[in-house]
Design a protein around this ligand. Structure first.
Ligand code: AOF
Ligand code: ZN
Length: 335
């Protein structure tokens, strides 16, 4: 296999761990000798070994059999090996210590704690480094992680469920607007995000759990509650969850407070007033709308009134799908 094929293999196989590595990026590493794969490693679980360490430990099992010294081997990794001592050691230092002579990298790590310093460590220790191979794919694969480090703020997605006539709900009634399939789809969106944000009204009216109920392993999102009123912290929302509560109104300040955290993405699931406040603030990157065939009629509460329709907030339709009898539309900010 050539470097291109190996890099694509590492990218593809790393994807498997996206729900258990988050909010860390997914990363893959493959070690070869003369185009033959000696070992592979992936960053499987947040807080545990990085991909390179797993690949090196696996290779060690074959030392003296498939190869003698690490200097005979080439390491291919999708992301720049880290330079920092985080929850585990620095990958770049470990690669140097092992004696590698060649490393092929997909993308530079945008995390300011790394951002080129990993490559510097390798090169300063006479390791031949090539980088940039399929870097766009690595970035796309870790969209939220790159977005966060490029912009300094988490990526914000707003999700709403709407009746055919554009309503959110009927006051004091709890009706499911969308189909079970759409609601299952929402579970996957929750699983994909690092934090889920809601408001006091939704908490009081709906008593939502807001965790991802999926049949695969997932690092559950942090929960964020925006409320200026007292709330009952015995509700399901608080069960086994780490919850940040904000009593302030400045949405920018709230979102910016996550700049130095590991949170790369926030899913907003709230009612019309908080959703419109987010949209008006211009800090929403993506809007997901599930529309059912149900009509709520005059008693319903509108998601948007005429002059703040989705288009007026500067979004364009990115894609649309049918889910059961519902329509799912994804809008993204039209830059
Ligand atoms: C690598 N290999 O497999 C991954 C890297 O908190 P820590 O110590 O796990 O560090 C997380 C940071 O390390 C993460 O934000 C990103 O910059 C980098 N991820 N680096 O060398 C890996 N997952
Ligand atoms: Zn590392």
């Amino acid at each position: 296999m050539n470097y291109e094929e190996l890099m694509l293999r590492a990218i593809t196989r790393a994807e498997k761990f996206k729900y258990t590595a988050k909010p860390n990026p997914v990363v893959g590493a493959i070690i070869i000798k003369n185009n033959e794969i000696i070992s592979e490693g992936y960053h499987q679980i947040y807080g545990e070994n990085h991909a390179e360490i797993n690949a090196i430990q696996e290779a060690q099992k074959h030392q003296g059999k498939k190869f003698e010294k690490f200097s005979e081997l080439t390491l291919i990794c999708t992301l720049e090996p880290c330079s920092h001592i985080g929850k585990t050691g620095s990958c770049a230092d470990f690669i140097v210590k092992k004696g590698f002579k060649k490393v092929i990298i997909g993308s530079i790590d945008p995390n300011p704690r790394v951002a080129g310093r990993g490559i510097e460590i390798l090169e300063n220790n006479n390791i031949e480094v090539e980088y940039g191979l399929f870097k766009d794919l690595v970035e796309k694969q870790n969209k939220f992680f790159f977005y966060k480090h490029k912009t300094g703020k988490p990526h914000i997605t707003v999700k709403i469920a709407s009746s055919f006539d554009g309503m959110s709900h009927i006051n004091d009634e709890r009706v499911f607007i969308t189909s079970e399939s759409s609601r299952n789809d929402v579970q996957k969106i929750r699983a994909n995000h690092d934090a889920i944000l809601t408001g006091g009204n939704t908490l009081r009216n709906d008593n939502p759990k807001m965790d991802a109920r999926v049949d695969f392993a997932v690092n559950q999102a942090k929960k964020i509650l925006l409320t200026s009123k007292p709330y009952n912290n015995k509700l399901d929302f608080f069960n086994n969850a780490s919850v940040d509560v904000f009593g302030i109104n400045d949405l920018n300040e709230i979102i910016n407070s996550y700049q130095d955290s590991e949170i790369c993405s926030i899913l907003v699931e709230a009612g019309p007033s908080l959703v419109n406040a987010f949209l008006k603030e211009g800090i929403v990157d993506e809007l997901i709308v599930y529309t059912s065939k149900k009509i709520l009629g005059e008693k319903g509460v509108n998601w948007f009134d005429k002059d703040n329709a989705i288009e007026n907030y500067g979004f364009k339709l990115e894609s649309s799908y049918k889910i059961d009898t519902d329509l799912k539309e994804i809008f993204i900010k039209d830059e």
